[in-house]
Design a protein around this ligand. Structure first.
Ligand SMILES: Nc1nc2c(ncn2[C@@H]2O[C@H](COP(=O)(O)OP(=O)(O)OP(=O)(O)O)[C@@H](O)[C@H]2O)c(=O)[nH]1
Ligand SMILES: [Mg+2]
Length: 322
């Protein structure tokens, strides 16, 4: 770990890989290194790619990376693996497909597992992105399957969120209605070489036009109209348009002041989460499993109430005067 920060800043890929492992395994020293790296981060455009399992996210990311390389960028990719047996096989497939990119010294790819992350998936993803950012990768792509609270949280750490929908997946649209819609900045209808792509584009456009908050806007101020774009990986179509849209969205974020606004919001929630994490750890350290069980039983049997128990625990960790 000698000079890991310095080596990482000088573009040493092994130092970066090591740092990611430290973050994933929650090695306490990681926090100290990340603190040093913070001042060098903040330059990267963070692009989230989400969508249902099998929608074509990894294939799209692979093509986007190629296009960015043509534009001479140094690109980072974080694939967040949901540790589900359902997608286990697909992840292996991704790795093989993305492998062709990983031979390129200006592409850095890492998979992250969601298991065992005390600070939460979003926190460790943010830390990995911070390390890549400090190492000069820009843009940085994050891929997740768009289901579950954790993953929506991960997407909130991105500046620009792409939602990928394959044609003929009516369920996708349902999922989008349920939650992803509000975080989408760009829709991508993948597999446009398959039948039904135009219908999916029409359905999504319809959905967007129905959302009143997106129709009313002050024309004198910068405004982002969510595009619905079609891509085909097989025919290598639509990729440059997606990269253009991503860059236009970034320009919009800068012009409108949204980038600064989001960054501030992020910082607040990050610091709050760090403090909360520390408090929860203290609580765990000072309360044995047996103690917990006893407290839980006392509360469920109505012998005690949750408020007085909380007061007592707060005293125990010094948050409250006896
Ligand atoms: N016909 C066609 N097939 C595609 C296209 N893009 C991806 N696929 C296929 O769709 C399947 C899923 O693609 P992935 O890129 O792995 O999808 P994903 O969304 O990353 O999947 P998970 O990570 O498992 O959720 C693969 O068999 C791809 O070959 C495309 O543009 N056209
Ligand atoms: Mg994938």
């Amino acid at each position: 770990l000698e000079n890991i920060v310095e080596r990482l800043l000088n573009g040493d890929r092994r130092a970066l890989a090591r740092m990611v492992t430290l973050i994933e395994n929650e090695i306490p020293a990681a926090r100290r290194y990340l603190a040093e790296l913070h001042q060098y981060a903040g330059r990267a455009h963070i692009v989230g790619v989400t969508g249902a399992p099998g929608a074509g996210k990894s294939t799209l990311v692979t093509h986007l990376v190629r296009e960015w390389r043509r534009r001479d960028a140094k690109v980072g990719v974080v694939a967040v693996d949901p540790t589900s047996p359902l997608t286990g096989g697909a992840i292996l497939g991704d790795r093989i497909r993305m492998m062709e990119l990983s031979g390129d010294p200006r592409v850095f790819i890492r998979s992250m597992a969601s298991r065992g992350s005390l600070g939460g998936l979003a926190a460790s993803t943010r830390d990995v992105v911070r390390a890549m950012d400090a190492a000069g990768y820009n843009p940085i792509n994050i891929e997740t399957v768009g289901t579950g609270q954790d993953e929506v949280e991960v997407m909130r750490t991105a500046h620009t969120v792409l939602v990928v929908c394959a044609p003929g997946m009516g369920d996708d649209i349902q999922a989008i209605k349920a939650g992803i819609l509000e975080i989408a900045d760009i829709f991508v209808v993948s597999k446009a070489d398959k039948p039904g792509a135009d219908q999916t584009v029409a359905e999504l456009s319809m959905l967007l036009s129905l959302d009143p908050t997106r129709r009313q806007h002050d024309k004198s101020r910068p405004y982002w109209k969510i595009p619905v774009l079609k891509t085909s990986a097989i025919k290598d179509q639509g990729i440059t348009q997606v990269v253009d849209a991503i860059q236009q969205h970034y320009a919009y974020l800068v012009e409108s002041g949204m980038l600064a606004h989001r960054a501030q919001r992020q910082v607040r929630s990050e610091v709050e989460a760090l403090v909360l994490h520390a408090v929860v750890n203290q609580l765990k350290a000072k309360t044995s499993e047996d103690d917990w069980q006893k407290l839980v039983e006392d509360i469920t049997s109505r012998e005690r109430d949750p408020y007085s128990v909380a007061n007592e625990l707060e005293e125990k960790i010094g948050l409250r005067q006896p």
